[in-house]
Design a protein around this ligand. Structure first.
Ligand SMILES: CC(C)=CCC/C(C)=C/CC/C(C)=C/CC/C(C)=C/COP(=O)(O)OP(=O)(O)O
Ligand SMILES: O=P(O)(O)OC[C@@H](O)CO
Ligand SMILES: [Mg+2]
Length: 257
C-alpha cells in the first residue's frame, strides 16, 4: 500500500483560499482518438490546463489505463478519475473524485458504489478526494441523471443547493461539485454557485454545458474554483484556448486588484 498523499487536495484547497481559479478538461474514454490524443495533450499543457478529469456515466471502451498513461507520457497535468461507478477505477491515476451523489436519493450512488470501491482504492494508494456531487437541473435529461436514476436540484432553488452543500460539508466532504451534466443545455446558474459559495468553505468545482469564454468567466465570478469542460472541447478543440484564456484573465485581474 502506498502512503496516503494529499497533494491534489492541498492544491485545491490552497488555490481556493487564495482565490486562484483552475481549469479542468473532462476526457471521455469512449471518445478519445489515440492517434490525435498526444497533440491534444501537448496543446492542453501549453494552454495551462490544470487537471484532467477522466470518466463518464457509462463507459463502454475500457481504455482508462491507456489514457492515463498517455497523459503521463505527454504532460505533467494530473489525471483525476471522475468515476460513474466502482468499475471505473484504475490505480495508475493520480487521484479520484470520491463522489457521493448528495443531490439524489439513490443509496447506490450515495454509499453503495463507495463501499465496493473502498478496499480497491486503499490497495491502490491513489489519492482520495471526498466530494459532494450535486446535479443541478439544466433544461433536459442528462446522461448522468438518467444513469444515476436521480432528480437534479431545481435550477431556480439556490437555497436547496446551499443546504445540500452545507450538509455535505458537515458530513466531512472536502469538495463540492456542482454539475449541470455533460452536454447540458444550460450551465449551473450563477445564483446557485453564489449561494453555495456563501455557505461552504470547501473548493467548488463547476461543470456541465460550459461552452464559451463568457460562461466560464460567469461561473468563476459566481464563486467556482474549478471549471470543468468536456463536450464543448470534444466538438470544437478551439474552445480549449478560449476557456484557458477566460481562467487566465480572471486570475490576472485578481493579481492586479
Ligand atoms: C466513488 C466511486 C468509485 C464511484 C462514484 C459513483 C458515483 C457516486 C457517481 C455519481 C453519478 C455518476 C454516474 C457520475 C458520472 C459523472 C460523469 C463522469 C459524467 C461525464 O459525462 P457523461 O454523463 O458520461 O455524459 P456524456 O453522455 O456526454 O458522455
Ligand atoms: O461535457 P460538459 O458539458 O462540458 O460537462 C463537463 C462535466 O461537468 C460533466 O460532468
Ligand atoms: Mg460520457
Amino acid at each position: 500500500m502506498k502512503a496516503a498523499n494529499h497533494k491534489i487536495a492541498e492544491l485545491l484547497s490552497v488555490r481556493s483560499v487564495d482565490k486562484i481559479k483552475s481549469f479542468a478538461v473532462l476526457i471521455d474514454p469512449d471518445k478519445v482518438n489515440f492517434d490525435t490524443f498526444p497533440a491534444f495533450l501537448k496543446s492542453a499543457e501549453q494552454h495551462g490546463v490544470d487537471f484532467f478529469f477522466v470518466g463518464g456515466s457509462l463507459i463502454t471502451d475500457y481504455s482508462i489505463r491507456e489514457l492515463v498513461a498517455a497523459i503521463h507520457d505527454h504532460t505533467n497535468i494530473p489525471a483525476i478519475l471522475f468515476p460513474g461507478s466502482s468499475l471505473h477505477i484504475d490505480s495508475s491515476a493520480d487521484a479520484i473524485l470520491f463522489l457521493s451523489l448528495i443531490s439524489g436519493r439513490n443509496p447506490d450512488f450515495l454509499i453503495g458504489q463507495q463501499v465496493v470501491a473502498a478496499p480497491l482504492l486503499r490497495q491502490s494508494g491513489i489519492e482520495i478526494l471526498p466530494t459532494g456531487y450535486m446535479l443541478i437541473e439544466s433544461g433536459r435529461m442528462t446522461t448522468v441523471s438518467y444513469i444515476s436514476n436521480t432528480t437534479p436540484i431545481p435550477r431556480n432553488k439556490p437555497g436547496i443547493a446551499a443546504c445540500t452543500a452545507l450538509a455535505g460539508e458537515m458530513l466531512g466532504l472536502r469538495n463540492i461539485f456542482l454539475d449541470a451534466g455533460s452536454g447540458a443545455e444550460y450551465p449551473v446558474p450563477g445564483p446557485v454557485i453564489a449561494a453555495v459559495r456563501q455557505t461552504v468553505t470547501t473548493p467548488i468545482i463547476v461543470g456541465g454545458g460550459i461552452d464559451s469564454y463568457e460562461k466560464a468567466f460567469a461561473a468563476l465570478e459566481a464563486g467556482a474554483d474549478v471549471v470543468v469542460v468536456g463536450n464543448g472541447i470534444e466538438q470544437n478543440p478551439e474552445l480549449l484556448p478560449e476557456i484557458a484564456a477566460s481562467v487566465k484573465t480572471f486570475n490576472s485581474q485578481l493579481l492586479k486588484a
